[in-house]
Design a protein around this ligand. Sequence first.
Ligand code: PMP
Length: 390
Amino acid sequence: MQLSQRLTGINGGGSDGWDVFLKARRMIAAGTPVTELTIGEHDIRTAAPILQEMHARALAGNTGYAAIPGAEPLREAVAARVAARTGVPTTPDNVLITPGGQSALFSAHIAACDAGDTALYIDPYYATYPGTLRAAGAVPQVITTRAADAFQPRAADIDAHATGARSLLINSPNNPTGVVYSRATMEGIAEVCRQRDLWLISDEVYDTQVWEGDHLSPRSLPGMAERTLVVGSLSKSHAMTGSRCGWLVGPEEVIGNLINLATNTTYGVPGFIQDAGLFALNQGADFEAEIAEPFRRRRALAHEVLAAQNTVALVPAQGAMYLMLDVRATGMSGEDFAYSLLDAHHIAVMPGESFGSAAAGHIRVAMTVADDAFETSLRQLCAHAETLAA
Ligand code: PMP
């Protein structure tokens, strides 16, 4: 039987960029230890008190169908959080609880784009973006940033692709680069969105991982609350990746209509997960800082290691759990470098090319192993690059 084009076309053909990762997993399965600096997942698990709450709430009977837009107390807590971060009045009617940020990304594009509409996104990008846009029926159009701009998008580049587009997807703090968009970048983006009547879909799942400066949500900029859809999640901020609890925040009309989409697709998020999510949010800012702390620490370690050599260059970045390293001095592509590092030192990193064309000649390092292993791997990585460059 023939499968739909919508389904078979999701990945858009070509390599999906996970080859180095899969090779590392095969090596591990065959008994070779590999240090994995690949996946955006904490090296700690969800905190026990959150799991105890989940357990207690399930045992207490919250195992039936949950309210589809989300449980009211959780919607209220998310609304309060987003209002505090953006200064924009936000009510539970502006909030849809989703099975993770990924579902919110999909829902946002369904809200913004009809089948065949152009949806803009920024390269380098989080690996699922083009597939998510295609799954929602949109036609992805990439806006390429430059290493020389530290991968901050230029408003003029967005504007050059805006004709006929319906939406723009941005992500700050950014995966894979770690870059936090400056106020000037955000203001430029907002200006293009207002001028060109674009929906702005702002993926802010790393908003608790900012090491320098501040995260600015573009929803707070003039005239933007009515056209911005904010994607959030407990995955990164609360080490709850497997719980699948996130949200979309936007105008009431958008959320009201997206409840129909949720009714006909996910049917909501399990009630006991939402209870645990609310409990997690109520742990407050100190808990979130504690979850983020290992990445802050490892980033400082990385600065020390990288300062002692000049072959591998660090992309100046202010947030998230990743480092983007420029390995062009070795004369290699990011992918070739990643393979040679895996073969020679059993260290797995993601080639920059896995995230589009803008980060070619770079590698992404996830700071997701214990400090000592992280530091040792980074030293080996730099030494490897120096040998190749010599
Ligand atoms: N956006 C970005 C930029 C991500 O890196 C991720 C996860 N790696 C997500 C969204 C989705 O996260 P989740 O669905 O777990 O909330």
